[in-house]
Design a protein around this ligand. Structure first.
Ligand code: NZQ
Ligand code: ZN
Length: 391
């Protein structure tokens, strides 16, 4: 097992009706004025916002609200939120919604105490403080409710960039699986793919002496649980058991528990970020579109790792004479699962109305290398030519 550090300080309050506790919880964390930040309005239509406002009023906590966080949340709204917080003397940010609202709220929390341009934190600079923040999530997907990351899109050049920092760790998250019942099926599917991918990205990395069996077995349990219950969420959107299993899996697949003591990969996420920036696609769909091609491209780097994935995650039989056959069958099984969840398994399937030219692929690849400044991936380091071949 490699050396590691694990820091996951977010208090998790999970179950039916937990959103009613939000006012008291904010008070307990010392909030005196709150920004409620949300997306396009699903939280208003579902009645969640009214319950949250009632809870804050009951706790005697003043608040201001800012909606409009789009999927692939935009930098301009982060700037707006920062200004609003400063003007109103807000000292705690509460996000309500999916990963986009949570990520946008994290950007606002970073920017309020910072004198410079918050985009600095998406261009390599590390934050040294942030306003405290928390969330009530309505979509099981990104794990942003406990993660140390957020992803913001700068409109100029449509650049989608992430920031990883412990300042991004929320103080608390309120997770009620019933809040997921209203999700459109497409968002449920995108979420299931994203949860799996957060574990694939850590599990499918080279097995070069840095074995961490406890980490691998936790990862396998999470993947098998999501594979079992993800389709149930589609068939029966109000199945509490299925929603609970997938929702909790979403948090623990991205609080880094499944990456401890081993290398990680992240190439598929980095390629998706360019697709999301350029075409505004849903994150989970973009991941499903690139993953199979990535897996086939890098499989030879560690055939036994992919074969273990096939056997322990997808329940396939090991062909000891030809482990590569087993490895490839595991990749096919994952793609079949994505299809079952009605997700695309290629860029063409995801964007049927867009003409993708060689020039487009090159532009995506160049952006993904940060204009020649980096290579990506852990299983195999990938440069521009590799990324073009995969896309
Ligand atoms: O905006 P509203 O009206 O709320 O509607 C949203 C949005 O249209 C809707 N929705 C959410 N909960 C709902 C609901 N509709 C009905 N009922 C509900 N209960 O779903 C749509 C998608 O929401 P969004 O927040 O964009 O989805 P998701 O949670 O998948 O977040 C995606 C963003 O997170 C980033 C992605 O790149 C993308 O920008 N990621 C963040 C990560 C992190 N912070 O750790 C890690 C991930 O890998 C990812 O990169
Ligand atoms: Zn993701």
């Amino acid at each position: 097992m490699n050396n590691f550090e694990f820091f996951s300080p977010t208090k998790v309050i999970f179950g039916k009706g937990v959103e009613e506790k939000v006012g008291a919880e904010l008070k307990a964390w010392g909030a005196t004025k709150v920004l409620i930040h949300f997306g396009g309005g699903s939280v208003i239509r579902s009645g969640l916002m009214a319950r949250v406002e009632a809870s804050l009023n009951e706790a005697g906590l003043p608040f201001v609200s800012l909606g409009g966080a789009l999927p692939n949340p935009r930098l301009s709204l982060v700037y707006e939120g920062i200004e609003l917080c400063r003007k109103e003397g807000v000292d705690f940010v509460l996000a309500i919604g999916g990963g986009s609202a949570v990520d946008s709220a994290k950007g606002i929390a970073q920017g309020v105490p910072y004198d410079g341009d918050v985009w600095d934190f998406y261009s390599g600079k590390a934050p040294t403080t942030a306003l405290p923040h928390a969330n009530i999530i309505t979509l099981a997907a990104t794990g942003s409710e406990t993660s140390n990351s957020n992803v913001i899109t700068k409109e100029e050049g449509m650049l989608k960039r992430g920031c990883n920092t412990d300042w991004n760790r929320p103080r608390f998250t309120l997770m009620n699986p019933e809040l997921l019942y209203t999700l459109p099926p497409y968002q449920t599917s995108c979420g299931v793919v994203d949860i799996l991918m957060h574990t694939f990205e850590r599990y499918l990395s080279p097995n070069t002496g840095d074995v961490s069996e406890v980490t691998d077995r936790i990862a396998e349990a999470i993947m098998r649980t999501v594979i079992q219950y993800g389709p149930v969420c589609l068939e029966k959107p109000d199945d509490y058991t299925a929603r609970s299993e997938v929702m909790w899996a979403g948090s623990i697949s991205h609080n880094h528990m499944t990456g401890l003591g081993r290398k990680t990969d992240w190439a598929s996420h980095q390629m998706e970020h360019e697709l999301g920036g350029m075409y505004d696609v849903a994150h989970g769909a973009g991941l499903a579109a690139v993953w199979g091609s990535w897996a086939r491209y890098v499989c030879d780097e560690d055939v036994m790792r992919f074969a273990r994935f096939a056997v322990n995650v997808w329940g396939l039989n090991m062909n000891y004479d030809d482990p590569k056959e087993t490895a490839l069958a595991g990749i096919v099984a994952a793609e079949d699962f994505f299809r079952k969840m009605e997700m695309p398994v290629s860029i063409g399937e995801m964007l049927p109305d867009v003409t993708i030219t060689d020039e487009t692929i090159e532009e995506l690849a160049v952006k993904c290398t940060f204009f020649g400044k980096r290579t990506i991936g852990g299983m195999k380091r990938l440069g521009k030519e590799d990324i073009m071949a995969i896309l």
